[in-house]
Design a protein around this ligand. Structure first.
Ligand code: THU
Length: 142
């Protein structure tokens, strides 16, 4: 369960919306931004980065996660995600894809609060455990 106030959630969503502006998505024209809040209070943002060969494309959530982990930060409480076609506000919230759920599960486990937003004031929240039930993680292997 997240400890964030509604105003803090709004702020995290705004950071995801800002990160979305950096999306490199000439092929899908679907722009995604993410803002990942670390336990130490630092926010790592990310956008989707597409590639002409398609499969090297990186999702916004993993861009944010890898930025954090590459700086030695591995504990997180919340992530805000916003995605929509260029120039549009989505009718659907954009939930993390299966690969991103798995990547987040590695570091966050089921407790991570996932804020999936259309706008700063219109969002739903679910835990990563709800989005990825029985997630396969380090505890299964180590
Ligand atoms: N995308 C994300 O950035 N995050 C997701 O969780 C779903 C998909 C991106 C990948 C691709 O650049 C575009 O959205 C369309 O799939």
């Amino acid at each position: 369960m997240t400890q964030l106030t509604p105003e803090q959630k709004r702020e995290l969503i705004c950071q995801a919306l800002q990160a979305r502006q950096k999306a490199v998505a000439p092929y899908s024209n679907f722009l995604v931004g993410a803002a990942l809040l670390a336990k130490n209070g630092t926010v790592y943002t990310g956008c989707n980065i597409e590639n002409a060969a398609f499969s090297p494309t990186n999702c916004a959530e993993r861009t944010a996660l890898f930025k954090a982990v590459s700086e030695g930060v591995t504990e997180f409480t919340d992530i805000a995600v916003v995605g929509s076609r260029r120039g549009e506000i989505n009718e659907l919230v954009s939930a993390p894809c299966g690969v991103c759920r798995q990547a987040l599960f590695e570091f966050c486990g089921p407790e991570l609060n996932v804020i999936m937003a259309k706008t700063a004031d219109d969002y739903i929240e679910m835990s990563l455990g709800e989005l990825l039930p029985l997630g396969f993680g380090p505890r299964n292997v180590l």
